[in-house]
Design a binder for this molecule. Structure first.
Ligand code: C5P
Length: 256
């Protein structure tokens, strides 16, 4: 057992700051950078999505990160043939994001291409978009339940080199049973008690999501839409600290 360190309990490393990725879904860079500055003392990660990346280009990563040590989750949800994803992953790797999303439904070769070409970045596989209902999934030609598809795609992605899976809090315990303990499970659809669900259909509180086995909670509007995003992030972080020690999963490049 490792000796107790600040931020550990009985040698178990607590994710400190809290294991939360704040979704910077902002209309402009100034707002996103302001939110990042306010939440960074309290959370481990900020998430940069397609809107910000397409508007401002690759420089947005450095602009948001600034001099802070906050981790960057680049949510580009890559989906293309393996050669193109390999080239895209190589390009993005220069930005040193800690996490990069790729669609698992692209197949094992696509996941492998991303993992091999961005070795310093944890590849997070998106299984089934939580916006898809069972009927809509069937319309795409995927037979069987969403649940089965999520488990199948999780196993495929991990076998091909993904080290993180994006799934709903509802699926997290089944995915954990499927992929084992060493894989980071990332869950959007998290809502602190009392905050609005917005367009998220299946929500869990931060405490519920962590208890179910989530390693990184994606939270956007309940924090960024609060009058004081820093205070809202601090409240979520405090609620998580009250839980029993959570597992700390290393990001790519960190010792396990
Ligand atoms: O504001 P809110 O907490 O709903 O933000 C959630 C973030 O997570 C958004 O950036 C959204 O695009 C993203 N996301 C999601 N559901 C998924 C994958 C990503 O809500 N299945």
């Amino acid at each position: 057992m490792t000796p107790d360190l600040p931020g550990t309990i009985e040698g178990v490393a607590l994710s400190n700051p809290a294991p939360v990725a704040v979704a910077l879904d902002a209309p402009d860079l100034e707002t996103a950078a302001r939110w990042a500055g306010l939440v960074t003392p309290h959370v481990s990660t900020v998430k940069i999505g397609l809107e910000l990346y397409l508007r401002y280009g690759p420089n947005v990563v450095a602009s948001i990160k600034g001099a802070s040590g906050v981790r960057v989750f680049l949510d580009l949800k890559l989906y293309d043939i393996p050669a193109t994803v390999a080239a895209a992953a190589r390009t993005v790797a220069r930005l040193h994001p800690d996490l990069l999303t790729v669609h698992a439904s692209g197949g094992a070769d696509v996941i492998r291409a991303a993992a091999e070409n961005a070795p310093g970045t944890k590849i997070a596989a998106v299984t089934v978009l939580t916006s898809l209902s069972e009927d809509q999934l069937a319309q795409t030609g995927v037979t069987g339940s969403v649940h089965d598809a999520v488990l199948r795609l999780s196993a495929l992605a991990v076998d091909a080199g993904a080290r993180a899976i994006v799934c709903s809090p509802r699926e997290v315990s089944a995915v954990r049973a499927e992929v084992g303990p060493g894989i980071m499970l990332i869950t959007p659809g998290v809502r602190p008690a009392g905050s609005a669900a917005h367009d998220q259909a299946r929500v869990a509180t931060p405490e519920e999501a962590v208890k179910a086995g989530s390693d990184l909670l994606v939270i956007g509007r309940p924090i960024t839409g609060a009058p004081d995003p820093g205070a809202a992030a601090a409240t979520v972080a405090a609620s998580l600290r009250r839980l029993t020690p959570t597992r700390h999963l290393a990001f790519a490049g960190e010792p396990p």
